[in-house]
Design a protein around this ligand. Structure first.
Ligand code: UD1
Ligand code: CA
Length: 450
């Protein structure tokens, strides 16, 4: 049997009032990625070849973002309910025949396997709904089954009678249906209900009335957690982190104190990496096997090669690339710079817009002065070069392979390979000066007291 084509409609037109935010709810991030992007990615991973995002007039930024990600977009204005929202996607799905999933842009933790299971339920059903049993069924729609897995209707909490409200199985919001009858059902929805909205959930009753089967698929409550306010947002973040930490450890990463390590959606981390407590992986980080990330380090947009050592207290900013065995120690910041294999910057340094050759040694307190207030300039440090402590390398500047610079130098000109660059005042030593100074000052003070 060939697989039926798949499409997804992502609902993102709600007001999100409870976030109390100038940013549209779907654009708030979990694991360093906007919830909208989580749902777009989920749709793609679940095999949707056409993805339509429904946005609201209050949040054109949602539209821009969805389009940037390659999705189709349709405006729902005014928002008259979830069924009305899906109906807006009809023109965008013109000519599509297959299975259509409905996803919400405020439910970031659903896994592709789960959507796969919902699609699979359509093999012998017209509609499939993802259900779960929350601790507090509260305002969720209740799934009314005639037998386990066989769905008769979805009743919204506000419209439910006492017996229906006692049902624990709730609607997660994720739903899939065969496209053949979908538009017909949506056109037949009414808003004759407690909220005065066109409920998507009513298509289950319509399918049953047409003599078709509807099914339920069960999910874990943590996975279908929906975000309505900042408290939910924090709960979703915590659930994401917990999942990511378990995945990392299962893949052979040592986390000394898992609860203190924070990942992003795209953190790539190889086996036998050791991560000490209190480390943050902001988006765009790749760590190769055997690296050690020591306590209190912050990494973003950085690539760390095999066997590298980072931290404690290191900061790798976007564009930092550490090749095999390189070391970045405490209070060192690296931005848009490559450190070649075995290069070291062990203490208190700023390496920005630089290319550092293999095995070069950057002394404590070295600063690449990359910015003149208008433009950024590059610093090139050759293989095996030795930068003495407390040097200022005023870019653009090149230090040749094997060259050295004297401690405390302000290097403004290129230093050729194997040369010594020295740029500091010559020391003057005055024998006995300190003793004479003390004697003179003591005498002065004694006289002042008299
Ligand atoms: C909906 C379901 C309920 C389910 C719950 C799960 C319906 C009628 N009810 O209720 O069964 O238990 O989700 O969280 O579907 N949206 C639009 N346009 C609209 C209305 C909503 O795009 O006109 C979007 C919202 O942005 C949101 C999603 O649809 O992403 C859900 O809308 P919401 O109003 O939160 O639905 P619930 O009342 O929670
Ligand atoms: Ca909701």
């Amino acid at each position: 049997m060939t697989r039926r084509p798949r499409a997804a409609v992502i609902l993102a037109a709600g007001q999100g009032t409870r976030m109390k935010s100038s940013l549209a709810k779907p654009l708030h991030a979990v694991g360093g990625r906007a919830m909208l992007d989580w749902s777009l990615e989920l749709a793609r991973a679940a095999g949707a070849e056409r993805i339509v995002t429904v946005w609201g007039a209050h949040s054109p930024a949602v539209r821009e973002r969805a389009e940037a990600a390659g999705a189709l977009t349709v405006l729902q204005d005014p928002p008259l309910g979830t069924g009305h929202a899906v109906r807006q996607a009809q023109a965008a799905l013109e000519g599509f025949e297959g299975n259509v999933a409905v996803l919400y842009a405020d439910t970031p933790l659903i896994r592709p396997e789960t959507v796969e299971a919902v699609f699979a339920a359509l093999d012998d059903a017209a509609v499939a709904v993802l259900g779960f049993e929350p601790d507090e069924p509260g305002g969720y729609g209740r799934l009314i089954e005639s037998a386990p897995g066989v769905l008769e209707a979805i009743v919204e909490a506000k419209d439910a009678n006492v017996a229906q409200r006692a049902v624990r199985l709730c609607n997660s919001g994720v739903m899939a249906c065969r496209s053949e009858r979908l538009w017909d059902w949506l056109s037949r929805l009414t808003n004759d209900n407690a909220k005065g909205e066109y409920y998507l959930t009513d298509i289950v009753g319509l399918a049953r009335a047409d003599g078709l089967t509807a099914r339920t698929v069960r999910a874990d409550a943590a996975e279908v957690l929906g975000v309505n306010d900042r408290i939910d947002l924090a709960a979703a973040e915590a659930a994401f982190q917990a999942r990511r930490r378990r995945e990392a450890m299962a893949a052979g990463v040592t986390l000394r104190a898992p609860d203190t390590v924070f990942f992003s959606h795209d953190t790539g981390i190889g086996p036998d990496v050791i991560v000490e407590p209190h480390v943050v992986f902001a988006p765009g980080v790749e760590i190769a096997s055997g690296a050690v990330i020591r306590a209190f380090s912050h990494l973003e947009g950085a690539r760390v090669g095999e066997g590298c050592e980072v931290g404690p207290y290191a900061r790798l900013r976007p564009g930092a690339v550490l090749e095999t065995g390189a070391k970045v120690g405490n209070f060192v910041e690296v931005k848009k710079s490559r450190l070649g294999a075995g290069a070291k910057a062990n203490h208190l340094a700023y390496i920005g817009d630089s290319d550092v050759g293999a095995k070069a040694n950057i002394g404590a307190g070295t600063i690449t002065c990359n910015y003149d207030g208008f433009f950024k300039h590059r610093t090139v440090i050759g293989e095996g070069a030795f930068i003495g402590s407390n040097a200022s390398l005023v870019a653009p500047v090149t230090i040749g392979a094997g060259a050295m610079t004297g401690s405390g130098s302000v290097i403004t000109g290129d230093v050729p390979a194997d040369a010594l660059g020295l740029a500091r005042a010559r020391q003057e030593t005055k024998p006995g000066w300190a003793a004479r100074f003390r004697a003179a000052m003591t005498a002065k003070k004694t006289k002042a007291k008299e």
